[in-house]
Design a protein around this ligand. Sequence first.
Ligand code: FES
Ligand SMILES: [Fe+2]
Length: 428
Amino acid sequence: MAISKDDNELLCRTGAGTPMGDLFRRYWVPALFADELPNPDCPPVRVQLMGEKLIAFRDSMGRIGLIDEFCAHRGVSLWFGRNEECGLRCAYHGWKYDVTGQCVDLPSEADETGMRSRIKLKSYPCIEKAGVIWTYMGPPELKPEPPAVEWTEVPAERRYVSKRLQESNYLQAIEGGIDSSHVSFLHSGGLKSDPLFRGAKGNVYNENDRMPFFEVVEFEGGLLIGARRNADDGRYYWRITPWIAPFHTIIPPRGGHPLGAHMWVPIDDERCWAWSINYHPKRALSSEERQAMQDGQGIHVTYVPGTFIPAANKGNDYLMDRSAQQSGDAYSGVEGIAMQDASLQESMGPIQDRTREHLVSTDNGIIMARRWLQRAAKANREGKPLPSLDPKAQRVRSCSVELPKDVKFKDGAKAGIFAPPNTDPVSV
Ligand code: FES
Ligand SMILES: [Fe+2]
């Protein structure tokens, strides 16, 4: 069962004015790291989100501006601008803008014309939370409460956040994030060797049962995607991946390792940011764990220096190692969980042609997420209330659990999914 070209377009396009773009703009989205703007009057940073080219800067008072990249005068990029005295000044003729996009100085025109006060660039409100600058690009009167996904609420020492450029549409990245079935294949080598994955009993279940049964349950924040595999003693091993709409996923834990999470945020229709988070709800990350994350293990990567572009990337065939593929150390020959995913998702093309796919029952989570997005985009167009905007709806976490065969995961795993803060993850 494939989807139509029109449905694929609707799901993938997020530019301003598109149905999916309008839906995404109802939520706070991560724009950049807070430390990309380390101090007042530091250099501005280019930010592109959902096709919109913007410039981020921190003014002399420490306030964050996220405004149109291009000067209202004759369209020069404000990336070249001078960040000084509470505003960003265009390097061409000196027009100056404050964090709201308002032109505050127009030195190339006499003041009597009143022109300055009429010049205002597009700007979006920003907040800083959990080391990330988030922005809201939707209708001002509909701005929701700040995001409250669990990793944003824990103390900094319990959290590690990275981001990498992915050269594909956001949707095929999300679809990878909720597709638990590929783990038994693509990541089979990594489960044994990666310091942030190895040593969990669940890994054995993952390896032994390559045909998980999927059960998907709606909750007020999106979907709970349960993947069921056979476990010992006549029980089932469940991995529950919450998809917190529209772009957040939380990876089910393994043993005592920290939880992993992702945000998949469109840069434009053919690229996205893969934000990758590890956190532990109850304890600080150990220095070994933090070091492994910095070294690009687990869901993180190493970079082309000075960029967020992975060192193994499309341009160098992801440093494919055919001998590792042959030996099974890396099922696909690409090293590292993150680039194993990204390489295959990018290989689908910038926007996967979903009219040609052949979905099977392990793709149920993906089918449901697409339907959810289509339904929500329609509801948004009709002015109906949207799920997942309420911070309370976002307070879920992933879990992995062994359950008797006659227990439904939404009952048996409930305590693990809707767990109170400061508690250990439920994990096998
Ligand atoms: S183009 Fe910016 S001031 Fe002229
Ligand atoms: Fe994966």
